[in-house]
Design a protein around this ligand. Structure first.
Ligand SMILES: Cc1cc2nc3c(=O)[nH]c(=O)nc-3n(C[C@H](O)[C@H](O)[C@H](O)COP(=O)(O)OP(=O)(O)OC[C@H]3O[C@@H](n4cnc5c(N)ncnc54)[C@H](O)[C@@H]3O)c2cc1C
Length: 386
């Protein structure tokens, strides 16, 4: 193998979690090698919407709320820092979000969250009547019962964020290597290296950040990593008119991005690792979009993308040391919020690799924990999951 064959830490997977881990390790003076079999952010971390919505989703409020709010704060710092360090602009900005209800059931689901959301510092969250929602976004179809206006959610380009994290890490000695991970080597329970297709990379610490493919690592780490791929698709559309706020309704959302396109999403499909965009998804997303935003009838479809969210049965990440092993850290299962949670997951993985502990409370995310199943339908009923 004509590559550097040892590192302090080897990171498996070059998505946002792997690159954030390398970035925070590099800030601590620790050099890492990321092993990626495709390209940086070549899967979910390059094709997600890039919404940073800290006030909802599985486990929020609940076990994930502290990490969610912390990662929101970290993104605000990270974006200018990465731009200064690397020249990569992640296009991070804050955005007003409108979550519209067309049925009493949707209105009740939205309203039940408002007291907790209003109690969080730094946000303004207000319920508004249908007419007021239509005054804010007149292109929404009539029939809106009401909705919540949140100031502010974040929005960025997930590919540029991940690239910036990688380049920031590289500037302090990290490296990305092309290769397919095949296993982890041990002496007793202590890590000695990572086996890739072209040889072994010696190390004492390994971070498993394989996203939707993390389950493959279960036999390597001695604990079940029950991560499944949940496919999602997005349409990018060109349409005349002023930019669209971050609007969501039912199972869908639409927002103008800095590329001047309106991104419309999404689907939640359990179809294994089949990552190709489909016509069925295009038709169903277009129908939902036109029902709520009829002005998109004049839009031109520019691009359709698909990628896989790494979801666990209980919808929470897997974040912690692998039990019974010395030097194996698991950082995966970001699910629908992996871009948003990427910085805090990377920071925690870096803490665990360097100190064996972290100041963040992570016991709810322990690998090997018993998990209750949150159904896709239950997760879809959460109006703030995006
Ligand atoms: C349609 C859609 C929209 C989304 N929108 C948002 C959003 O608005 N906000 C948000 O926070 N999140 C969003 N997400 C979720 C987010 O994209 C993911 O949670 C996040 O990107 C996961 O990052 P990751 O680093 O864990 O995994 P990935 O990005 O999947 O990276 C894992 C990497 O591991 C590599 N790999 C796998 N196996 C091996 C191996 N054996 N050897 C070497 N490399 C390997 C893969 O090639 C891959 O590059 C969205 C997801 C979808 C599908």
């Amino acid at each position: 193998m004509n590559q550097k064959a040892s590192a302090d830490v080897v990171i498996l997977g070059g998505g946002v979690v792997g690159c954030a881990t390398a970035y925070y390790l590099s800030k601590l003076g620790v050099k890492s090698i990321i092993i990626e079999r495709d390209t940086v952010a070549g899967h979910a971390s390059g094709f997600a919407l890039g919404g940073l919505s800290p006030l909802g989703g599985v486990g929020i409020p609940g076990p994930l709320e502290t990490l969610s709010l912390e990662s929101y704060r970290m993104h605000a710092e990270l974006s200018p820092t990465l731009r200064a360090e690397t020249g990569v602009d992640s296009e991070y900005h804050l955005q007003t979000a409108v979550t519209a209800a067309y049925t009493e059931e949707e209105a009740a689901a939205i309203q039940s969250r408002i007291p907790w959301q209003q109690a969080q510092k730094g946000f303004r969250v207000e319920w508004k009547k249908g007419d007021d929602i239509l005054a804010i976004e007149p292109r929404l179809a009539p029939g809106v019962i009401g909705g919540v206006v949140t100031q502010y959610v974040g929005l960025l380009d997930p590919y540029k964020l991940t690239l910036g994290l990688l380049q920031g890490a590289e500037s302090r000695g990290a490296a990305m290597r092309h290769g397919s991970v095949q296993g982890i080597k041990y002496q007793g329970d202590r890590v000695t290296g990572v086996q890739i297709n072209s040889g072994t990379i010696h190390c004492e610490k390994v971070i498993v950040a394989l996203g939707s493919w993390s389950k493959e690592a279960s036999p390597w780490v001695g604990v079940d990593l029950p991560v499944e791929p949940l496919k999602g698709q997005i349409l990018r559309m060109r349409v005349k008119g002023p930019p669209l706020l971050y609007v969501s309704w039912g199972h869908s959302y639409a927002v103008s991005k800095p590329d001047d396109l309106v991104w419309v999403g999404t689907t939640e499909e359990l179809v294994g690792f089949y990552e190709t965009p489909t016509k069925d998804a295009q038709d169903s997303m277009l129908k939902e979009a036109l029902d709520a935003l009829p002005y998109l009838l004049d839009a031109e479809l520019v691009r359709q993308t698909a990628c896989l969210r790494p979801v666990t049965p209980d919808g929470l990440p897997l974040l912690g040391m692998a039990p019974g092993k010395q030097g194996v850290i698991i950082a995966t299962g970001g699910g629908r919020k992996g871009i948003h949670l990427g910085p805090v997951m990377g920071r925690i993985a870096a803490d665990l690799a360097t100190q064996g502990s972290t100041a963040y409370a992570i016991s709810s995310f322990a690998p090997g924990r018993p998990m209750a199943q949150v159904s896709v339908a239950a997760a879809l009923a959460d109006p703030f999951r995006f």
